[in-house]
Write a protein that binds this ligand. Structure first.
Ligand code: ATP
Length: 436
């Protein structure tokens, strides 16, 4: 029995605040313009989302290498990429209440006051501009990157020469990006500071379309494998008029958010646009030379570009559930074990001195293998409920019998089933259940 969608959104935002996933930034000062801070559980889960991506995109492959490029970036990068000239949203002002809106987000009337007295749309550049060094003049302008992708293009030759890779190969990067969004909102769906996970996959030009299809399927599968039901996910090919001028194909992986379909990731065939643009602007050759065949070419690029913070929110919404256990309502996050902040909670049945040393021993035995929480206050039922609510897949209870039989109770989050397991085989038992 799932709750209706609007309640889900409210419940998830609430849970995030109450349990320490996500806090409004600078809350003691009244918050700060749709910025958010990730709390003790959020930092674990966001890291898990990024690690799951890295595992799938880098660790399990031999054709992708990593990169971590600077956030402060050279203006030439954004001149070449086209961001300085065109990375803009059309804006309108309401003459009545003076609010500013994205022209493509409203339908002829101000969403604030309802007035139709709006200015014509004007472009507004979304990049955050700053100055490097003590002098604030045009010669010292720098931009906070609005995407991680350009770091991969400008380092193309560095990576090619040092990694011994040849097309088809990819460069993967995760990190913060910044966009001065006009209308941030829907919690962490759209913020001005956010995290991206991007792959630039360089291929021989003729193979572009085939690799584009491959990455669309691969990226769709990543979300379903981590627990998003297929009926809440779709791959939406862009209409011809939506396509960037250089792209021969783009499909978005979309999730059914409580307010409707929203993009989690864009997969684009960017052709040779980026490498050629940087080659022209920098005067450097950005090409691949195949020594065996004597062939020289500019690779085409397939780019799966995902948001880490936005997908964390989708994983939370998809995992949120309510049911009844022993006649009591419960909230449970049915997160994939790989994404759950804690994998195991160690819970001594009572706070009595007799159980604590053994429970701490069990904790110490598990910690090198799994991220664990230790909790010894309140009734065991309430402690199970707390763990269900933050998505901990397994609870390990140390009780008075443990002192005699050297076994503990392992409780499963989803089924609430409990089994007795000898301490000496606990690591194996949990490893089998969690399949990390
Ligand atoms: P949108 O249409 O939602 O503005 P976009 O098409 O501009 O997104 P891309 O430039 O393709 O987005 O960025 C790739 C991914 O980065 C997006 O799919 C999304 O997951 C994430 N992302 C982009 N902008 C934001 C933002 N302001 N806040 C959070 N995540 C974002």
């Amino acid at each position: 029995m799932s709750p209706p969608p609007t309640d889900v959104m409210e419940a998830v935002v609430n849970l995030c605040k109450r349990r320490g996933f996500v806090f409004p930034s600078a809350e003691i000062y009244g918050g700060f313009r749709s910025t958010y801070d990730y709390g003790p559980l959020g930092v674990l889960m966001l890291r898990n989302v990024k690690d799951a991506w890295w595992r799938s995109m880098v660790q399990l492959r031999d054709d992708v290498v990593g990169l971590d490029a600077a956030i402060l970036s050279h203006p030439k990068v954004w001149e070449a990429s086209g961001h300085l000239a065109t990375f803009a949203d059309p804006l309108v002002d309401c003459r009545h209440c003076k609010e500013r809106w994205r022209a493509d987000h409203i339908e002829g009337a101000c969403p604030g006051c309802g007035s139709t007295d709006l200015t014509d749309a004007r472009p507004f550049n979304l990049m955050f501009k700053t100055y490097v060094g003590p002098v604030e003049d045009e010669a010292n302008v720098a931009y906070l990157r609005p995407e991680t992708a350009q770091g991969m293009f400008v380092n193309f030759m560095n990576v090619l020469q040092t990694s011994r890779k040849r097309p088809p190969f990819g460069i993967a990067q995760q990190g913060k990006s910044f966009r001065n969004e006009i209308t941030p909102g829907n919690f962490v769906f759209r913020t001005r500071e956010f995290e991206q996970m991007e792959l630039e996959y360089f291929v021989p030009p003729a193979d572009g379309p085939r690799w584009f299809e491959y990455w669309c399927a691969e990226r769709f599968r990543w979300y379903t494998e981590l627990g998003i039901p297929e009926d809440q996910l779709r791959l939406r090919p862009h209409e011809p008029e939506e396509l960037s001028h250089y792209s021969t194909g783009t499909s978005d992986v979309e999730f059914l958010f409580p307010w409707g379909w929203g993009e989690l990731e864009g997969v684009a065939n960017r052709t040779d646009f980026d490498l050629k643009a940087h080659a022209t602007t920098s005067g450097e050759r950005l090409e691949y030379f195949d020594q065996a065949s004597g062939e020289r070419y500019v690779p085409h690029v397939i780019e799966p570009a995902a948001g880490a913070t936005r997908s964390m929110m989708a994983f939370l919404i998809a995992a949120f559930d309510t049911d009844e256990v022993g006649g009591e309502p419960r909230t449970v996050l049915r997160l994939h074990p790989r994404l759950a902040p804690y994998k195991v909670a160690v819970l001594p049945l009572s706070k009595k001195d007799t159980l604590t040393p053994l429970a701490r021993q069990v904790l110490a035995q598990l910690q090198p293998h799994f991220l664990c929480e230790y909790d010894e206050t309140q009734s065991i039922g309430r402690r199970y409920r707390r763990q269900d609510e933050i998505g901990t897949p397994c609870c390990v209870t140390v009780d008075f019998d443990t002192l005699e039989d050297k076994a503990v109770t392992v409780r499963d989050r989803d089924s609430t089933e409990q089994v007795r397991v000898p301490i000496e085989s606990l690591v194996d038992e949990l490893g089998g259940r969690l399949r990390l």
